[in-house]
Design a protein around this ligand. Structure first.
Ligand code: NAG
Ligand code: NAG
Ligand code: NAG
Ligand code: NAG
Length: 311
């Protein structure tokens, strides 16, 4: 019994010795590895793979079910050359991350069930294969017809600013043939969407916010025939927009009478304070003239108040 334990120990230390000898100093080690995940059709998949301790150029490739599914899919220390097999631009597949940090993330946008499989990231140099990362099992669930279309992004910022652009995307992955046509609609007006990815019906739109979008949504509608429609929406959104001030341009008042002037301000968020000026002088509350937010009151108008420009 005791003899066997010693033999085990010997074997183990021998194995440790061998592995430390065969480890080449230039072999990068994985920092991030891909993780198994279950998604729904249309979701975006990001598989992480990054490595450190690389001192010379080498190649990285993504393999699915142990097959390299890309060609010339390489990363060098400072730059990367990526070329997916025969895809037309824009591709649902891309490599993202910072190459000089060893980040080699695979991004698959608008997934379909055909994207399911076992993924790993493979490192090699000119001599041959160096190592494979962990394998991630990716499952893609199909959804019932009633779940379509799907609108992205699903996580909106808490507010947007007038003039800012949000790219919205609409995805259909149901079984209906021919594919229903998808249309973005804003304030009941169909918009000129951008068709994505040749073989699919996905449509994108660059939504540039105007003040009128505040509190509103944008809809993606699909029709087959004229009859059946389903929709998804993005919003309602909060849009910060600058003020427009509306005031009567001319106000006539008889000397000795009082007048109340109201400034209608349209902005979001509402103004925090109002500054009134008469003939370029800041108005401060005095006996005769009062300011209360957007309302200016002049009691007992003087002749000299005439022609005053109020801003
Ligand atoms: C690089 O190698 C050193 C020494 O082997 C190790 O301590 C370190 O964690 C490695 N760094 C990375 C990012 O793998
Ligand atoms: C990538 O990382 C390097 C090193 O940290 C940095 O200098 C560079 O700015 C990064 N590039 C991008 C596009 O973030
Ligand atoms: C929409 O924005 C994306 C970048 O977010 C750009 O690549 C694309 O060309 C824009 N499309 C249009 C029609 O302006
Ligand atoms: C206001 O303007 C009118 C016409 O320009 C002028 O006749 C009048 O004297 C002005 N009143 C004052 C108080 O400046």
């Amino acid at each position: 019994m005791a003899g066997q334990q010693i033999r085990w120990k010997l074997l183990c230390s021998l194995a440790a010795l061998i592995s430390s000898v065969t480890t080449q100093p230039s072999t990068p080690s994985f920092v991030d590895q891909p993780i198994s995940e279950t998604l729904e059709e249309g979701d975006t998949l990001i598989l992480r793979c990054s490595f450190g301790n690389f001192t010379s150029d080498f190649n990285a490739q993504w393999v699915r079910d142990d097959v390299v599914f890309s060609k010339d899919f390489e990363v060098y220390r400072e730059q990367r050359l990526v070329n997916f097999f025969g895809v037309t631009e824009p591709s649902r597949y891309s490599v993202i991350g910072n190459a000089s940090l060893g980040e080699f993330y695979l991004q698959i946008r608008h997934t379909t069930v055909s994207d399911a499989g076992e993924y790993a990231c493979r490192l090699s140099d000119t001599i041959g294969q160096l190592s494979d990362s962990d394998t991630a099992v990716i499952q893609i669930n199909s959804l019932p017809e009633t779940s379509y279309p799907r609108c992205f992004p699903t996580d909106l910022d808490s507010f947007y600013t007038e003039g800012e652009t949000l790219r919205v995307e609409c995805v259909y992955r149901g079984a209906t043939e021919p594919l229903p046509s998808l249309t973005w609609v804003r304030r009941n007006q169909p918009l000129n969407g951008e068709r994505l990815y040749d073989s699919l019906s996905d449509v994108a739109y660059n939504w540039t916010f105007v003040s009128d979008d505040h509190g509103r949504s944008i809809l993606c509608v699909y029709n087959y025939g004229e009859v059946e429609t389903q929709r998804c929406e993005i919003g309602p959104v909060t849009v910060y927009y600058k003020s427009t001030i509306q005031m009567d341009p001319f106000i006539y008042v008889t000397v000795g009478q009082s007048v109340q002037i109201t400034a209608e301000v349209d902005s979001y968020p509402a103004p925090y304070s109002y500054i009134w000026e008469i003939n370029n002088l800041n108005v401060e509350n005095e006996q005769r003239i009062f300011v209360n937010g957007n309302i200016l009151t002049i009691l007992d108008a003087y002749e000299t108040d005439g022609n005053a420009t109020i801003t």
